[in-house]
Design a protein around this ligand. Structure first.
Ligand code: NAX
Length: 331
């Protein structure tokens, strides 16, 4: 019988948390034979709401859920966790400046990095969802030096899934027949969604999306802005930002990282750059990756065309600026 895996969700009283924890407890993240124990963290003003989430988890009587810890104490939340999903953070509200958001998140991620380093299980895998996701993950990495850099990632799977969906809609096919899009760079509006290596499974075998769509304008303009602007479209429609799709993407990210990507298929993950594709090392940058036995590796050898190169560089430039801004709060 499998031992339960301990999973921490920070910001668990928020809207993504509310969508995410039942998915984890149902086995969506780690499989229907893997028991889990949830550690839910939020801040004191949300303590009562957090306790309400715990009560609902109990009431749902999930067979795989072996325990729930709901706390506002970071050390307690991090205790022995094998997986940490960082959804909590300071959010940008109307009128707040980017720099204020950054300074608050730098101090949150610095503190939570130390707690993870001291109290989490050895080899804990970390996924940062909270924005600015790439830079929060980088701060976390810097302040948890004993956690291997390869264990610290950020979420761009939602953008990846949106890109698959955009192509499926354009070709009027099912999303599961599309694969190998890429999200390069930052989880922000400078991200570069790339369909130039994407393929579609047809009855006549695998065909390239470029060949099937053959409309360069759509692939270079409409597709890219569809993916980049989808988050804003959700906010306009729901008056709230994406939550169920973000939660689902977080499950996909951990699922594939732990259990592996299907043969011939890659996904997108924000990971610590090793300089692949000329991306500056020392950034958390989204790359195409395959996963095997709990380890990701960047897909190598893809041909990069001119527009992709420009897009990949622009989003790297923004990440360098974010890093500089974040570091300015550390002195
Ligand atoms: P909510 O504001 O609903 O929830 C955030 C929760 O975090 C709140 O309950 C808050 O009390 C808690 N929190 C604040 N500071 C904390 C701290 N220091 N420790 C623990 N918890 C803390 O936001 P929600 O819609 O759930 O979004 C969460 C984050 O995900 C935001 O930063 C958002 O920008 C980001 N997103 C990232 C996405 C991605 O693809 N990477 C997509 C969706 C989402 O926009």
């Amino acid at each position: 019988k499998k031992q339960p895996v301990k999973i921490m969700v920070t910001g668990a009283a928020g809207q993504i948390g509310y969508a995410l924890v039942p998915m984890i407890a149902r086995g969506v993240m780690l499989g229907s034979d893997q028991p889990v124990i949830l550690h839910l963290l939020d801040i004191p003003p949300a303590a009562e709401a957090l306790n309400g989430v715990k009560m609902e988890l109990i009431d749902a009587a999930f067979p795989l859920l072996k325990g729930v810890v709901a706390t506002t104490n970071v050390e307690e939340a991090c205790g022995g966790v094998n997986i940490a999903i960082m959804v909590g953070g300071f959010r940008r509200k109307e009128g707040t400046e980017r720099k204020d958001v950054m300074s608050k998140n730098v101090s949150i991620y610095k503190a939570q990095a130390s707690a993870l380093e001291q109290y989490a299980a050895a080899n804990c895998k970390v996924l940062v969802v909270a924005n600015p996701a790439n830079t929060n993950a980088l701060i976390l990495k810097e302040f948890a030096p004993s956690i291997p850099a390869k264990n610290i990632t950020c979420l761009t799977r939602l953008d990846h899934n949106r890109a698959l969906g955009g192509i499926a809609q354009r070709l009027n096919i099912h999303v599961s027949d599309v694969k190998n899009v890429i999200i390069w760079g930052n989880h922000s509006s400078t991200q570069y969604p790339d369909a130039s290596h994407a393929t579609v499974i047809t009855q006549a075998g695998e065909k390239s999306v470029k060949e099937l769509i053959a409309d360069d304008k759509w692939l270079h303009d409409e597709f890219i802005s569809f993916v980049q602007q989808r988050g804003a479209a959700i906010i306009k429609a729901r008056k709230l930002s994406s939550a169920l799709s973000a939660a689902s993407a977080a499950c996909d990210h951990i699922h594939d990282w732990v259990l592996g990507t299907p043969k011939g298929t890659w996904t997108s993950m924000g990971v610590y750059s090793d300089g692949s594709y000329g991306v500056p090392p020392g950034l958390i940058y989204s790359f195409p990756v395959t996963c095997n036995k709990g380890e990701w590796s960047i897909v190598q050898g893809l041909r990069i065309d001119e527009p992709s190169r420009a897009g990949m560089d622009a989003t790297a430039k923004e990440l360098i600026e974010e890093k500089t801004l974040a570091y300015s709060f550390l002195d």
